[in-house]
Write a protein that binds this ligand. Sequence first.
Ligand code: GSH
Length: 246
Amino acid sequence: MITLYGWGPMFDCPSPSPFVMKADIQLQMLGVDFTRAIADLESVPKHKAPYVIDDGQLIEDSNFIRQHFEKKLGKPLYAGLSGKDIAASWALERMAEQQLSKIMSCERWLIDANFEKGPSQFFSDAPPAARATVIREARKGVATTMLGEGTGRFSDEERMQLATWDIGAIAMHLGDQPFLFGDAPTCADASVAAVLIACATEFFDTPLTGIVREHVNLVSYMDRMKARYFASVVWPNWPVMEQEPA
Ligand SMILES: N[C@@H](CCC(=O)N[C@@H](CS)C(=O)NCC(=O)O)C(=O)O
């Protein structure tokens, strides 16, 4: 039995996590028969989702999930791509995941109103008495991480400039093709489309939404990917802790 652990629809996206969306799409691309379950970050060493349990074997990180099933099934997701395309594919993925998704996280976690309506919901299963402290500490942790790795040191304008360059590069690469490397989706589409969908959601008040949506080819690309991979996906509900009796 194979289970993908993550989270289902939230923030008008198929998952609040682009990495969970990516892994879900790549498992579908590989033809893996799997079920979906809510992640328990405390139960895994890296404390991150997505992770997969394949017949008792834990695999953490979307890249290693992909590698595990490529090896197991003898089915590389790069099949059919030239060496140059493989290099471009990896570079596009890394740009989306290592820079653009961090800018997206800053918009969700560091802007008060976005945090309140968005990531604060992740803590709905915390015991009511501790919830406010847990939320404050988690938010402080994200802000510290963003400062430490640098994204949090840019001004809002600088972050949006970087996002504009990243998103513009993706739009230019896509051009008028249906998918990043032609008529059929390949592994980079899983990663890049997931991060674009996370940036483009209208749930949050952020300039990122408009920066993605001003590219008409990206709007139809995201719709195409969502229709293909998320139209019939069902996730269990997020656990919500009962309120303590007054
Ligand atoms: N490199 C990882 C990134 C996974 C990741 O950052 N997951 C986030 C959700 S988007 C997470 O689990 N965050 C929880 C935390 O940091 O406490 C991958 O590709 O799977």
